[in-house]
Design a protein around this ligand. Structure first.
Ligand SMILES: Cc1cc2nc3c(=O)[nH]c(=O)nc-3n(C[C@H](O)[C@H](O)[C@H](O)COP(=O)(O)OP(=O)(O)OC[C@H]3O[C@@H](n4cnc5c(N)ncnc54)[C@H](O)[C@@H]3O)c2cc1C
Length: 433
């Protein structure tokens, strides 16, 4: 016997739980299916200020504040430049001046429980294994298998796929395309006794730009620090079988990272996520919509994943509601939502693909005020990805990058004071932007 429902959501992470909560609150009959059981570990602990309005809307803002470390900004550190630059959210044009660093087990549990509080029917330890869709709008057939091998069937009118990097539908429908321009992988773990800041930057995420990649330092409650390395293929070429040993070698290779990790003790195991940026060719189809990592995954250097997942969930919930009322309107809404998501992804991808270039690193280590570029960069770091007032700063930033990239082969580099100089020589000319 199939259990009928309005909407079935595959996956109870941030995207799935957010969509389920919004739809249940609007009075729909929602089934939320999660293959594991909360609380469970997940990577992705640094949140963006742009997340805050959704926390308020979901009624969980205080609970998130209670489990997190307040995050007032992001810091970039570069051994090559021998400097660190702080980007406080309050100093830019961002709408909110802070976010949180959260243990994801607790964060995801709050979101999942909240969806059930609002009326969603939540199932855990239940893995969706098949979904078939009717040719005309009608009920899909979804099969799921429990931990003990029992099978359950559901008959939803609409399906939201929030299965994360498992990409349930995108993989089955062969929609998934790897990002060849960002072929990176990550190793990460939790540590005690990592050197922390004591100068107002206690809650900052630190991004250390190193050869062939970057490290994150995320301060979590209880003196725990999440540390991870994201590297390109050159970095991982040298990797042997032992990922913990490879991680230690990467740490030792960066003086600024090694200094912070001098007394660090590993908690649990070091983990890896491989070869990993992708997006589905389309988020929408007849009777379904893909949200969060089930649609696209970006390199996490700008901590954008959870925010994009929850924003996608908001859009996906709108599409689902529209589908129940009128599939023709829903198809149009779905295409518009997909275009907005793609625009936000493109804005971040532009930076991510260039993050290992000397010109972009010079710009991060010497932020310029002209044309609102620094404020615009801070807004982007806060997750304000598509407000019209940032169009000029973004254009100025991209133009400056292309200019610097063109000058780089001649040894001319951007200096912290905004001037351009030859790497080993005297000053050539003063600020040009
Ligand atoms: C190394 C690394 C570092 C990151 N750092 C950050 C960061 O600092 N900040 C940030 O915002 N983001 C970060 N991210 C990204 C972040 O983890 C994701 O973008 C975010 O978790 C996406 O949420 P989601 O709900 O789409 O997917 P998920 O959080 O992955 O949730 C998907 C859920 O679906 C369930 N599921 C999967 N398949 C099925 C199935 N068949 N049936 C039922 N359930 C299923 C899974 O068990 C899971 O609970 C990072 C990612 C990586 C890999």
């Amino acid at each position: 016997m199939s259990v009928p429902c309005d909407i079935l959501v595959i996956g109870g992470g941030p995207a799935g739980a957010t969509a389920a909560a919004l739809l249940a609150e609007a009075g729909h009959d929602v089934v939320l299916v999660e293959k594991s059981a909360h609380p469970r570990f997940h990577i992705g602990e640094s949140l963006l200020p742009a997340n805050l309005p959704l926390f308020e809307r979901l009624g969980i803002a205080e609970r998130i504040a209670a489990i997190g470390v307040r995050k007032p900004g992001a810091e970039f550190v570069s051994d090559a430049h021998r400097r660190s630059v702080a980007y406080p959210f309050a100093a830019g044009a961002a709408r909110f001046d802070h976010s949180y660093q959260v243990p994801r087990a607790a964060f995801d549990t709050i979101l999942f429980e909240n969806a059930m509080r609002l009326g969603a029917r939540g199932f855990q330890n239940l893995r969706v294994t098949a979904a078939t869709f009717p040719k005309e709008p009608g009920r899909a057939e979804v099969t799921a298998v429990g931990a003990g091998g029992e099978t359950r069937h559901f008959a939803p009118r609409f399906v939201l796929d929030a299965s994360g990097r498992d990409t349930f539908l995108a993989s089955r429908l062969r929609l998934k395309a790897a990002d060849k321009h960002n072929n990176t992988a990550a190793i990460f773990g939790h540590f005690r006794n990592v050197a922390r800041h004591h100068d107002g930057r206690e809650g900052y995420i630190s991004i250390h730009l190193v050869e062939n990649g970057w490290f994150w330092f995320i301060p979590l409650p209880g003196g725990i620090t999440s540390v991870g390395f994201v590297g390109n293929q050159s970095a991982f070429k040298a990797r042997g079988g032992d990922i913990a040993a490879f991680f230690r070698a990467q740490i030792a290779g960066s003086p600024s990272v090694a200094a912070r990790m001098a007394d660090a003790e590993t908690l649990g195991t070091v983990m890896a996520a491989g070869n990993y940026s992708y997006s589905a060719r389309s988020a929408c189809g007849e009777g379904y919509f893909l949200i969060g990592d089930a649609f696209a995954f970006l390199d996490p250097i700008f901590s954008s994943g959870v925010f994009l997942a929850m924003r996608g969930a908001d859009a996906g919930a709108e599409v689902a509601r529209a589908w129940l009322a009128d599939p023709t309107t829903a198809r149009r809404l779905a295409r518009q939502a997909e275009a907005r998501l793609n625009a936000a992804l493109a804005r971040l991808s532009w930076l991510i693909r260039r993050i290992n270039t000397p010109a972009l690193r010079d710009m991060f280590m010497a932020p310029q005020e002209s044309f609102g570029m620094r404020a615009g960069l801070i807004a982007l770091l806060a997750g304000d990805l598509d407000l019209p007032r940032f169009h000029l700063p973004v254009l100025a930033f991209k133009t400056s990058f292309h200019l610097l990239a063109a000058l780089h082969p001649f040894g001319i580099r951007l200096q912290p004071d905004g001037s351009l100089r030859r790497a080993h020589g005297e000053k050539k000319e003063m600020v040009v932007f």
